[in-house]
Design a binder for this molecule. Structure first.
Ligand SMILES: [Zn+2]
Ligand SMILES: [Zn+2]
Length: 253
């Protein structure tokens, strides 16, 4: 909507992504991934704010339509900006899909809403010229505002989901269970329980208890736990895995 705000939002996002990938340190031993989550939620709020503004503007223009004041040169500049933005959105979408970065996804959503707002202005101008119906401007603004608010809502959901430690999607949890089931079928572990996953930005945290015979030597038991970790890493290469060893039937599954 406003290119100065765009610049600020994208810069803040880029900074957040960089900070989020910093190595764990003494005060943040689990890493900094949630900085990215915070940026995503923040961008959701920012986009939501522009949605509310557009909604109010739309209602205002619907109630008291104004004559067109846009010059052809303004429209030309907007068309150029929309094209550049569309290319940016396509690029960001690809990067987000490759990295699973919620902040980059947030950036892509943000620019998509900008394009929608621009298109609405074009359509408004075109319809007004063709029909002289000046209220269309307000109607389109309200429609775009609804779209923007929905986008902002999905970004907020994405950010909040991570902040409240939501588990990985069901299919990814099933893949981890399948890897551990295969170890049990091969007789490497007697069983497992307390499998927990949580998503934090680009990192998936996994912890699980494996059950081993009580008379197994520590060195061998530890090797089994390392194999369980490797089996999980085989399906979730970027995961942080913690395996706890339980003695068989020591506690209820
Ligand atoms: Zn246990
Ligand atoms: Zn170890």
């Amino acid at each position: 909507v406003d290119s100065l705000m765009d610049l600020f939002a994208s810069s803040a996002n880029a900074l957040a992504i960089q900070l989020a990938h910093a190595a764990p340190d003494r005060s943040h031993p689990f890493g900094h991934a949630k900085i990215e989550t915070l940026a995503t939620a923040g961008q959701g709020l920012l986009i939501g704010g522009s949605g509310v503004y557009l909604l109010v503007e739309g209602v205002r223009r619907l109630l008291s339509p104004e004559p067109l004041r846009l010059a052809a040169v303004t429209l030309g500049a907007m068309a150029a900006a929309a094209l550049v933005t569309a290319a940016l959105v396509a690029y960001l979408g690809r990067v987000a899909a490759r990295t699973g970065s919620s902040a980059i996804q947030a950036d892509a959503v943000h620019y998509r809403t900008d394009i929608a707002a621009n298109l609405a202005v074009f359509a408004g101008v075109a319809v007004t010229y063709a029909t002289g119906f000046t209220r269309i401007d307000g109607v389109l603004s309200i429609a775009v505002a609804v779209y923007i608010l929905a986008s902002a809502g999905s970004l907020l959901r994405l950010g909040v989901r991570d902040l409240i430690d939501t588990s990985a999607p069901e299919d990814r949890v099933r893949a981890i269970e399948a890897a551990l089931d295969a170890m049990r079928a091969a007789g490497e572990i007697l069983g497992y329980h307390a499998l927990r996953t949580r998503v934090a930005g680009h990192t998936l945290f996994v912890d699980v208890h494996i059950e081993l015979p009580g008379d197994l030597r520590l060195a061998r038991a530890h090797a089994r736990s390392d194999r369980a970790r490797d089996a999980i890493l085989a399906v979730e290469p970027d995961a942080e895995v913690l395996v706890h060893i339980d003695v068989e039937r020591d506690e209820p599954a």
